[in-house]
Write a protein that binds this ligand. Structure first.
Ligand code: PLP
Length: 489
């Protein structure tokens, strides 16, 4: 640390006293992360030991231990014990693997530190990123958008705009306390639970989120949705928003977005889509039909850190009515008069400080910008397509194997399946698959996940992994069978 005693004062800074040594440390740190990623195929997460835990969890020193020492601790006692998220054999939850250039872009972002994305070069980068996202996803040009820390915040942001735009009162002033009629909204029973969290935080209460049954393919039942809206109107509620799902987390299924858009139009309701990972099928060759109608949404939530494999955390909310978006988040009372009359400048309408919860922001558009620009549309198209093709391959392996069964339709990048040799009852099948999952979680956490769909327990592989090769999927099938047989005996 640099300490200067010029003019008789002792003044300190966090800048290094010796930049040459500090640069050397920086190069070592970069080498460490590149060594890790380059060898990711062979990385194993080591089990935490008491010694390691003690080295991590210790009293904070008064004087600090120095950058070199802390880096040594990271190398010795943190990195080897972290989950190898970047592994080619990781298909649990919906987890992006990141990329080496993503690491570098993230580093540059931190170097600039913070962002004034409403002016200077940052604003141009941010605006360009929003334009590229709209273009990639086929979302209308007139829409605006804001980068978020991920899918949950992206959904929250879209639903906040929906609530304020459709409320019968000025929610900014009166809150939901001022509502004479309770506002209610609708989603399929397979949608992500972050929607429920959003609705709770928006003060609507989770009872307001009507969970509509899905069909055998996990798509929302439009007939039941129509009935529910009708009944709610009769009962004095205010149905204000339909949420469509472009890619359910459990099975990767897609609601019929055009039918939902038609209904929202007829009912004068807001149409929001959670496309956290699934929206990206839009850039595939084979599956883009699944998101027909996505362009009709009033708001759309997407992630970059999942299927686009950008460094955590970054997502995006696109909103067609830019004024409604601005009015929801802009500070203070000015938003109320701006809503009706004031001519908003382009800058104000696209200034992220006016479009989401955080005021201070990091320059997250930089990494999205650099990655999109470095690899272009075609690389991302090919990667998304590769994952979809690989999942078809995995589904074929499972279908061809008499000891395995597919347990849900394979619509996009998710396969649900079970180990089920002949003669095993439903109860026995569940028990043995739970044991398989336990073994996997103990030794290779999140290689796959488990889930329960329509009351049936199953294993689940979700492929957003740009490092996966078909041989990894061969391994998965053999591994599950090996563990299945081990647990049969
Ligand atoms: C469909 C869907 N929506 C929303 C989310 C939440 O996104 P995030 O984890 O980026 O907050 C997820 C996470 O897996 C998801 O699969």
């Amino acid at each position: 640390m640099k300490v200067s005693t010029e003019n008789g004062f002792t003044e300190e800074t966090l800048d290094p006293a010796d930049w040459k040594m500090f640069r050397a440390l920086g190069h070592q740190m970069l080498d460490s992360i590149f060594d890790y990623i380059e060898n990711i195929r062979n990385q194993r997460t080591l089990p935490l030991t008491p010694t390691v835990t003690n080295e991590i969890c210790c009293p904070l020193s008064e004087e600090g231990e120095g950058e070199e020492k802390v880096f040594e601790i990271y190398q010795r006692s943190i990195l080897p014990y972290t989950l190898a998220i970047a592994s080619p054999k990781l298909w649990g939850a919906v987890v992006g693997q990141g990329s080496p250039f993503g690491v570098l872009a993230e580093m540059l972002r931190a170097g600039i530190n913070g962002a004034q994305e409403f002016s200077f070069a940052e604003a141009k980068v941010n605006l360009q990123v929003i334009e590229w996202i709209k273009e990639l996803l086929g979302f209308p040009k007139e829409a605006g958008g804001v980068l978020t820390c991920g899918g949950s915040e992206a959904n929250f942001t879209g639903l906040a705009v929906a609530r304020n735009a459709k409320a019968a009162v000025q929610v900014k002033e009166d809150g939901v306390q001022g509502l004479a009629q309770k506002m209610v909204l609708y989603c399929g029973d397979e949608t992500h639970r972050c929607l429920e969290r959003s609705v709770e935080l928006l003060g609507l209460g989770n009872k307001a989120l009507r969970s509509i049954s899905t069909d055998a393919n996990c798509k929302i039942r439009i007939d039941l949705l129509e009935d529910a809206i009708k009944k709610d109107r009769q009962d004095g509620y205010h149905p204000f928003c339909i949420i469509g799902c472009a890619g359910t987390t459990n099975t990767g299924s897609f609601d019929n977005l055009n039918e939902l858009a038609d209904l929202a139009e007829t009912e004068d309701m807001w149409f929001h889509i959670d496309g956290a990972f699934g929206a990206w099928v839009k850039i595939s060759h084979t599956h883009q039909h699944l998101v027909n109608g996505m362009e009709r949404a009033d708001s759309l939530a997407v992630d970059f850190h999942k299927w686009m494999n950008m460094p955590y955390n970054v997502g995006c909310t696109l909103v067609k009515d830019r004024r409604a978006h601005f009015s929801t988040f802009a500070y203070g009372h000015e938003a109320e008069y701006i809503k009706s009359a004031f001519e908003l400048s382009e800058d104000q309408l696209s200034n992220p400080h006016n479009l989401a919860l955080p005021l201070s922001r990091n320059f997250s558009s930089l990494k999205v910008y650099m990655l999109l620009r470095a690899y272009g549309k075609n690389k991302y198209r090919r990667l998304i397509q590769q994952n979809l093709d690989q999942i078809q391959y995995l589904a074929e392996l499972i279908k061809a194997d008499t000891e395995l069964e597919l347990t849900a339709s394979v619509e996009s990048n998710v396969v649900c399946f079970r180990f089920r040799p002949q003669g095993l009852s439903e109860v026995e099948t569940e028990i043995i698959n739970k044991k398989i999952m336990d073994d996997i979680n103990k030794n290779s956490f999140w290689m796959i996940s488990d889930t329960t769909v329509k009351g049936k327990y199953m294993l689940r592989a979700c492929n957003v992994n740009h490092r996966t090769k078909r041989e990894d999927l061969d391994f998965l099938v053999n591994h599950v069978k090996r563990l299945g047989h081990k647990n049969l005996n």
